[in-house]
Design a protein around this ligand. Structure first.
Ligand SMILES: Nc1ncnc2c1ncn2[C@@H]1O[C@H](COP(=O)(O)OP(=O)(O)O)[C@@H](O)[C@H]1O
Ligand SMILES: O=C(O)[C@@H](O)C(=O)COP(=O)(O)O
Length: 407
């Protein structure tokens, strides 16, 4: 069984969708504290919120998740990080990889953020988002993990104690045997982390073949999706959410989320912008948003957002945690009012929301957008999309709201 540790909850739903799309019965847990057994799952994903917390906490939580996965019978492990390699010079991708490798006695770890389905490709170690190098995209101004370089080996090196090297595309194009030989040669020369180029899905299939027996591999949803395709497909059921009013809560400041907000507003959707005045608390902010929500027509889907472009954000204040907490309070109140459908935009934001909701495990359903599936928190009977800031078409918010009305 495959065990996946994801460093944020949107990433967890992304990787769960990839596994499910590849035909595996996938259990999604948003806590390492999984009580029950794995049932008939082919893969288990544990979604943490470790991307931007202190290194030692990220390591401790990831090791706890590893122990839980081992208890449930997993024997192959994958560290899922962001396809835009969201991290800082301290980590947490590097330190968590090294801690998991040490615990598992894994030698060299193959790692690649490539996810061609999402437009993430790696060539000569440089990470592209669509046609642009990572550091030339909006990720340069990300409020939590600004990405100012595009070379994956260069980004990873300061985060780790072991040496980093690159397996180039030429070797991948030579096939799985060459990749295996390249990995073995790198391991023999003492390399601990091997970044691998991949530009198309077929490249990932070759790498997947070469690493399928490895106890630990790291990357985005791309490579593990390719590994999963090598397993026999199961008879899994993928359901959609029921109809009804949808709340869209956005804390992501990514360009794609800003476009989705603009399209939703332009289509006539009701929207409320959270703007924290100096000294205002999360509960005060949430209260004003909820008063606005309660004044909307009873069946109207609506958007509440704090998202704003870098030039409109107040750089003198660190408002990330405040807005995340506000989103958590609003989501909990809306669920308590009986709402069954919510889309949350933003990884950190979604992490805080599921923490506030107390969501533990969820059933992976159909994808609202590629990498952004509906998940069902059966305890609360709540259907959620936890959307990565960068994912979904510009019309996603409009479409999700309308699909609730149409079903
Ligand atoms: N207006 C704002 N000013 C400053 N930070 C904000 C604002 N709105 C949201 N944030 C914060 O920006 C961060 C966005 O990160 P995240 O939710 O992970 O989105 P993404 O998936 O786009 O990276 C969160 O910490 C959120 O609270
Ligand atoms: O790999 C990806 O791009 C996503 O799965 C992911 O991790 C998204 O992170 P956020 O953009 O912070 O939601």
């Amino acid at each position: 069984m495959i065990g996946v540790i994801a460093d944020d909850v949107t990433g967890a739903t992304d990787v769960a969708a990839a596994l499910s799309r590849s035909g595996l019965r996938t259990l999604l847990s948003l806590t390492a504290d999984i009580g029950e057994g794995a049932g008939d799952a082919d893969a288990i994903v544990i979604g943490l919120k470790t991307r931007s917390i202190a290194v030692q906490d990220a390591v401790a939580q990831s090791l706890a998740a590893l122990a839980a996965l081992q208890r449930l019978g997993a024997d192959r492990f994958y560290l899922k990080y962001c396809s835009t390699f969201d991290s800082t010079a301290e980590g947490n991708i590097g330190p968590v990889t090294e801690a998991l490798a040490a615990e598992l006695g894994a030698g060299i770890v193959v790692t690649t953020p490539a996810a061609p389905l999402h437009g993430r490709t790696v060539y000569r170690g440089h990470l592209f988002v669509g046609d642009a190098l990572l550091h030339e995209t909006h990720m340069r101004e990300h409020p939590v993990t600004p990405m100012r370089d595009s070379s994956v080996p260069r980004l990873l090196a300061p985060q780790v104690t072991g040496t980093v090297d690159l397996l180039p595309l030429e070797t991948v194009r030579d096939g799985a045997e060459s990749v295996r030989a390249g990995i073995a040669a790198a391991a023999a020369s003492g390399i601990a982390h091997l970044v691998v180029d991949a530009v198309i899905e077929a490249d990932l299939a070759v790498i997947a073949e070469a690493v399928d027996g490895d106890v630990l591999v790291a990357g985005s949803a791309g490579l593990i999706g390719a590994i999963a395709l090598r397993r026999p497909a199961s008879d899994r059921v993928v359901a959609g959410p029921p109809s009804g009013r949808t709340a869209i809560l956005a804390g992501s400041c990514s360009r794609r989320t800003l476009e989705q907000i603009a399209r939703f507003r332009a289509s006539g959707g009701e929207a409320f912008q959270l703007v924290a005045e100096p000294g205002e608390s999360a509960s005060e902010l949430a209260e004003s948003a909820l008063a606005w929500w309660d004044a909307q027509p009873a069946d109207a889907s609506a958007l509440i957002y704090s998202s704003s472009p870098a030039e409109e954000r107040d750089a003198s204040r660190d408002l990330g945690a405040l807005y995340e907490q506000t989103a958590g309070l609003i989501a909990t109140q809306l669920a308590d009012r009986g709402l069954h459908r919510m889309l949350i935009a933003g990884g950190e934001t979604s992490g805080e929301v599921v923490k506030a909701l107390g969501t533990r495990t969820a059933v992976v359903g159909e994808e609202a957008a590629l990498g952004a599936p509906w998940i069902h928190d059966t305890d609360r009977d709540l259907h959620l999309v936890l959307k990565s800031g960068n994912f979904g078409d510009p019309d996603l918010f409009v479409d999700v709201a309308r699909s609730g009305e149409a079903r």
